[in-house]
Structures are given as structure tokens and as C-alpha cells.
Design a protein around this ligand. Structure first.
Ligand code: FAD
Length: 285
């Protein structure tokens, strides 16, 4: 894990810091701007169950701090950080520990969605947690053909969903290869969630899509507290401010920790201009 000063400088655009304290400072500052937050302790695809135990403990510490500080913060986690590649049972038990604690303190566990090799297992564990009364949120990726069916079922079960476009490389037999088709599917699924979902989260920085969401909820007179928008730390700050100014709820996803590499690379890959930003920052004193 890379924790040098150069690495910190490079990653600071998208990562709140190396420590929980760094991330909590960001959450408190967001709260000051009327923005909710979700803490993500970076990590995925651990190779040892001891690493999964450590991830669980980090998250339990974060939940303890959320309770103590009174921040309206949820926790976002990846099942492969909690050991899914090694033992489904261990990942389930680790998740249950977090869900139980989140329930105690009135928070929520948002189960990030990883690549398609994990989709079924993630939804299965999520449903088990929901059936036991756990405060969980599913993540559905609009680039997958299967997502309309998953959203229908999650709406019927009353499980909250975060809708995103999807951040992994997927084959064309599973996911729309063209961005235009992903965007069209996103809008279709978003409207279904706004109509029939349980407190959905519209997670995107796509201004045209957000404007369409706002037009749609205004047209139908849906209350602003029926859903929330979500965006990533460091992306489209002016748009974040605009959403809050217009009276909508916004939650910002706040990643922190030393295992920043895969998250950071996904953010770079999303936008070629980010590579330029990176190079400029590297040579700045
Ligand atoms: C809160 C939240 C949680 C997420 N959770 C998951 C998850 O669990 N699983 C998953 O697969 N994906 C997740 N994602 C990522 C998501 O799938 C997309 O990869 C990402 O959000 C980019 O898509 P977009 O909707 O912003 O639209 P895009 O069309 O990609 O981007 C729209 C505009 O936003 C800006 N923008 C977008 N990305 C960047 C960037 N990296 N750097 C700079 N500007 C950018 C640009 O101005 C761009 O024109 C999450 C996203 C959010 C906001």
C-alpha cells in the first residue's frame, strides 16, 4: 500500500485521506454545507481472512465514530473487502456484524456492487440482511442488461437501491457496450425507482440525467425527501452545490484509507482529462 507524500498528493483529488479522522473531517465539513455523507474504507479483493477481519474492525470503528459525532453518515462497503473471494460465510458474518451495528446507531450499510462475477452473491447476502430487518441499500448498475429485472424485484421487496452507471469492464453479452445506451437505460431505471422504489439514491454526476430527475419529480409533485442524489468526493463540486441549493438531498461518497489504488484507477479511467490533471499535479511544487 502506497502512503508516501507523493501518493497522497496525487490521490487527494478523489480520496479524503489515509485515516478515518481525515474522512470524518470531510464529513463534518460536508455537513456544514448541508450535504450528507457515506464513508468508504478503501479495500477490495483481500487475500487473507485476517485482512477481512481487519476491514470489519475498521468499519466498526467508523460506525462507532459516526454514533459519537452525530454525523448523518452511512457506510459503503465491498463484499470482497470482507472476504467474499475466500469464504462466502465469512463475508456474510462480517457483513452481519456491520449491519447489526448500523441498526443500533440508526445508520445504514450501502453494499457497493462490484464486477459481474459478484452480482448474484452480493444480492443474495443483501437480501438475507434485509429479511432480518437490517438497514441495507443495494447498488444496481445501469450498464447491465439484467438490471431492470433486479430493480423490479428490489422495488417489490422494499429494498432501497443506489442506481449508478457501473464502473467495471464488462463483456457485451452482459452490459451495454455504448455509453448512449447505458444513459438511456439509466433514465428508464431511475424513473422506475422514483415511482416505485423505497428511498432510492440517484448516483451520478451526469448533469443532463440529474436535470431529467428534477424535471420528473417536479412534474409528479414527488417530495424532495422521497429520494436522494449521491455523488463521489471530489467530482463536480459546483453541481453538488447546485443540487443542495435547489432543495434536494445530496449524499457524498467519501473514500479513505491506504488501499486507494483500484478505486483511484477507476476514477482516472472514467475521464481521460484526469490523467492530465495527474501529470500537472505531479510536477507542481
Ligand atoms: C455515490 C456513488 C456510488 C457509486 N457506487 C458504485 C458501485 O457500487 N459500483 C459501481 O460499479 N460503480 C459505482 N459508482 C460509479 C459509477 O458507476 C460511475 O462509474 C461513475 O459515477 C461515473 O458515471 P456518471 O454517472 O457520473 O456519468 P458519466 O457520464 O461517466 O459522467 C458525467 C460527468 O461527470 C463527471 N465525471 C464523472 N466521472 C468523473 C471522474 N472520474 N472524474 C472527473 N469527472 C467525472 C464528468 O464531468 C462527466 O462528464 C458510484 C458512483 C457514485 C456517484
Amino acid at each position: 500500500m502506497e502512503t508516501s507524500r507523493t501518493a497522497q498528493k496525487l490521490t487527494s483529488r478523489f480520496v479524503a485521506g489515509l485515516t478515518l479522522e481525515d474522512a470524518l473531517r470531510v464529513c463534518a465539513s460536508l455537513k456544514g454545507e448541508g450535504i450528507l455523507s457515506s464513508l468508504d474504507h478503501l479495500g477490495e479483493n483481500v487475500h487473507e481472512l485476517s485482512e477481512a477481519d481487519a476491514a470489519r474492525e475498521s468499519y466498526l470503528t467508523a460506525l462507532g465514530q459516526i454514533a459519537e459525532t452525530g454525523l448523518q453518515t452511512t457506510v459503503s462497503m465491498k463484499l470482497t473487502a470482507l472476504g467474499l473471494d475466500l469464504s462466502e460465510d465469512a463475508a456474510r458474518q462480517n457483513t452481519a456484524a456491520l449491519v447489526d451495528r448500523a441498526k443500533e446507531i440508526g445508520s445504514r450499510i450501502e453494499m457497493d456492487m462490484e464486477s459481474t462475477g459478484y452480482t448474484d452473491r452480493t444480492l443474495k447476502i443483501l437480501r438475507e440482511m434485509h429479511r432480518k430487518g437490517g438497514p441495507v441499500r443495494a447498488v444496481i448498475q445501469a450498464y447491465l442488461y439484467r438490471s431492470a429485472g433486479d430493480i423490479d424485484q428490489l422495488c417489490r421487496d422494499g429494498i432501497p437501491v443506489r442506481l449508478c452507471k457501473g464502473a467495471y469492464q464488462e463483456p457485451p453479452d452482459l452490459a451495454y457496450p455504448k455509453k448512449h445506451d447505458v444513459d438511456l437505460n439509466y433514465v428508464k431505471l431511475m424513473k422506475k425507482l422514483l415511482d416505485d422504489g423505497t428511498y432510492p439514491a440517484i448516483a451520478s454526476h451526469d448533469e443532463a440525467i440529474l436535470d431529467e430527475a428534477i424535471r420528473y419529480v417536479r412534474e409528479r409533485n414527488y417530495a424532495a425527501d422521497r429520494f436522494e442524489f449521491q455523488m463521489l468526493y471530489g467530482i463536480r463540486r459546483a453541481l453538488q452545490a447546485r443540487i443542495v441549493k435547489e432543495g434536494f438531498r445530496l449524499r457524498v461518497y467519501v473514500p479513505y484509507g491506504a488501499a486507494w489504488y483500484p478505486y483511484f484507477m477507476r476514477r482516472l479511467a472514467e475521464r481521460p482529462a484526469n490523467a492530465l490533471f495527474l501529470v500537472r499535479n505531479l510536477f507542481r511544487g
